[in-house]
Design a protein around this ligand. Structure first.
Ligand SMILES: NC(=O)c1ccc[n+]([C@@H]2O[C@H](COP(=O)([O-])OP(=O)(O)OC[C@H]3O[C@@H](n4cnc5c(N)ncnc54)[C@H](OP(=O)(O)O)[C@@H]3O)[C@@H](O)[C@H]2O)c1
Length: 219
């Protein structure tokens, strides 16, 4: 598959490396093409560098990996993304308080580029997790377009991870909030906490709970 990457920072590096290793062609695009070229060189075979528009035009799937403050600007520079699977890994949060500076990023992004098929993914874990082989996590995905979700599921599986069905784009804001909340538990308190301790294992969580009808389960 041809994958364009918008941004040449840590997430671009981690995910593009995985995808190039899996045999995909990756074009890293940045507002400073020299940075994109340097990253492509580090990644090696399968990767090339260029500008944001080049990456957008190149990719059947396009990863949006810029800081939330730069998202609108980067998408404007990238141009139309009609029909592209746009993978949104952004988080509009950060230290010291880890609140959401802009709720529902993915929904907002889908309004900025109405032709793109947006899938929220890879926002829940630090880039160092995505550099592992394989990353030791399930990957929640939210998107409205089943074909686009299937494309991202394939990329997730090729990294050695299992995709987790997170629902449509209206639920992506919950995934973004989950990332902000988890970051606060990890790093925001007087001592690091492990957010995994908040949840019981599935056997305990579902014990004694009958079937719960949901729209997707009844389809
Ligand atoms: N790092 C993580 O562990 C992690 C984990 C999950 C999700 N995320 C999310 O992933 C996204 C990328 O994070 P990152 O860690 O890769 O960030 P990063 O290392 O700081 O890189 C950000 C990239 O965004 C580009 N950029 C910033 N403003 C721009 C603008 N106005 N126009 C075009 N490009 C612009 C930067 O370009 P220049 O180099 O030219 O400045 C850089 O290439 C963020 O939204 C972050 O919240 C990060």
């Amino acid at each position: 598959m041809r994958i364009g990457v918008l941004g040449a920072g840590n997430m671009a590096d981690a995910l593009a490396t995985q995808w190039a290793r899996a045999g995909h062609e990756v074009l890293i695009g940045a507002r400073t093409p020299d940075k994109a070229a340097a990253l492509a060189e580090r990644i090696g075979p399968g990767a090339t560098g260029g500008g944001l528009r080049e990456a957008a035009e190149f990719g059947e799937a396009v990863l949006l990996a810029v800081r939330y403050e730069g998202v609108a600007d980067a998408l404007r520079q990238a141009g139309a993304l009609d029909g592209r699977v746009l993978i949104d890994c952004t988080n509009a949060t950060g230290p010291p308080d880890f609140t959401l500076k802009r709720p529902a990023m993915a929904r907002w992004i889908s309004e900025l580029v109405p032709g793109a098929r947006v899938v929220k993914a890879f926002n829940l874990c630090h880039e160092s997790v995505w550099r592992r082989t394989p990353p030791p996590v399930g990957v929640p995905l939210c998107g409205d377009d089943p074909e686009a979700v299937a494309v991202v599921e394939r990329l997730v599986r090729e990294m050695g991870c299992e995709p987790l069905h997170g629902g449509g784009l209206d639920r992506a804001g919950l995934l973004e909030a989950s990332a902000a909340f988890a970051l606060g538990v990890y790093f925001g308190g007087p001592r690091p906490g492990d957010p995994r301790e908040m949840f019981p294992p599935i056997e305990i969580a579902t014990e004694g709970v009958g079937p719960i009808a949901t729209e997707s389960a009844s389809r």
